[in-house]
Every structure is written in structure tokens, then in C-alpha cells.
Design a protein around this ligand. Structure first.
Ligand SMILES: O=C(O)CCC(=O)C(=O)O
Ligand SMILES: [Fe+2]
Length: 200
């Protein structure tokens, strides 16, 4: 359950690799497969609308509607398994979360490209708690280029096993981007929940 800080400069990233026991993570994955209305979202990529390479669902309190990749989503109400989990997440990170983006990566062809979760509704220093379930996947950070720098080579990567909780806080979104790369390796299904605190 303990968090260890990860060595990203000017960021606050903490990781609890075994936040949930493996059987609890499995049970949650089974419940979420059934309880969450999974959809392919349309996202804007280099000025074009395309199908996102994953299934997703926005879940949240009323009024936490969210703009993502140029599209506004009204949140789905909390399914029972997530309503039960939410106070434990809140206690672990010390923030009251009011929404969650659930993502379902069916296999290695699904992933998420480089981005920072820096939408204005998340405030200047977003606190985001990311819980992983199912197949382990590689998660990567890259530093945004500093002033006068064309590109940054600073990277940090880790594997996110089932039951792990990754906390991103402080200036993490300001100075770093993250991604879940696609992979040619045969990997099973993974579900990720990013709990957020949105100011409506
Ligand atoms: O699936 C993941 O681990 C990352 C998800 C993510 O970055 C996001 O939902 O913003
Ligand atoms: Fe993200």
C-alpha cells in the first residue's frame, strides 16, 4: 500500500505497485467489464476525428462534464464497484475525487498517445490517481522541452502491474507528458482508471 516517489525532476509522481491485492484487482476488473458502458470515443488527432484505439467511459458526479480532445462528455454515474472504491482512493491520495476516466485496452493494438492531463478544469496542479487492472503494460513519461530546447531526451518508464496505483500531482502535468505505447507483444486486456478532481 506504500507509495515510493519516482525520480522525475520538477514533478510529484508516487507509485504503490501493490495497492490492491491481485485477487481484489481481478474481482474489480470482472465487475467493471460488466458494469461500465464501454464505448469507442471519437478523438481529434492532428486535426482529424478518428476512433480512439481503446474503449473508454467518463464517470463522475453531475456537473463534472469534461472536454477531452476537443469533445465534451457528460459523465456516466458511478457504477457500484467504483462507488465502493472511491473513498479508498480519496483516503490514499488525500483528495476528494469527483470523476474518473476508465480506459479499456483490449490488446497491444490499443494504447494512448503522448499527452498531459492539463485541462483547465483540473486546476493548475492536477492530482490524478491511476489504478491499473489486468495485463501489465509499459507506461512512459517524457519531459516537455525546456525553453530554448528543441526536444527533450529525458524519459522515465515503468511497468504498471494489476493493482498498482500511480499518483501524479504537483507540477507533473506542467513539465511532463505520458503515454501508454502500443506493443507488438501478445498482451491481454488491461483496464485503467484515472481518478480526477474536476472543478465544474
Ligand atoms: O492507461 C493508462 O495507464 C494511462 C491513462 C491516461 O493517461 C489517462 O487516462 O489520461
Ligand atoms: Fe493521462
Amino acid at each position: 500500500m506504500a507509495f515510493v516517489p519516482l525520480p522525475l525532476a520538477d514533478a510529484d509522481v508516487r507509485f504503490a505497485p501493490h495497492w490492491l491485492a491481485v485477487d481484489a484487482a481481478d474481482a474489480l476488473l470482472t465487475a467493471l467489464r460488466r458494469e461500465v458502458p464501454w464505448h469507442v470515443h471519437r478523438i481529434r488527432l492532428f486535426g482529424r476525428d478518428v476512433d480512439s484505439p481503446r474503449l473508454s467511459c467518463w464517470i463522475g458526479d453531475p456537473g463534472t462534464g469534461y472536454v477531452y480532445s476537443g469533445t465534451r462528455f457528460e459523465p456516466h454515474p458511478w457504477p457500484p464497484a467504483l462507488a465502493a472504491l472511491r473513498p479508498r482512493i480519496d483516503a490514499a491520495v488525500g483528495t476528494r475525487m469527483n470523476s474518473v476516466l476508465a480506459n479499456r485496452y483490449r490488446d497491444g493494438r490499443d494504447g494512448m498517445g503522448w499527452h498531459a492531463d492539463d485541462e483547465p478544469e483540473l486546476g493548475p496542479r492536477p492530482v490524478i490517481a491511476s489504478l491499473s487492472l489486468g495485463a501489465p503494460r509499459r507506461f512512459v513519461f517524457r519531459r516537455r522541452p525546456r525553453r530554448g530546447e528543441r526536444a527533450s531526451t529525458e524519459k522515465f518508464e515503468l511497468e504498471l502491474p494489476p493493482g498498482s496505483l500511480l499518483l501524479m500531482a504537483g507540477d507533473t502535468q506542467r513539465y511532463w507528458q505520458h503515454a501508454l505505447p502500443k506493443t507488438a507483444r501478445p498482451v491481454g486486456e488491461r483496464v485503467n482508471l484515472t481518478f480526477r478532481s474536476v472543478t465544474p
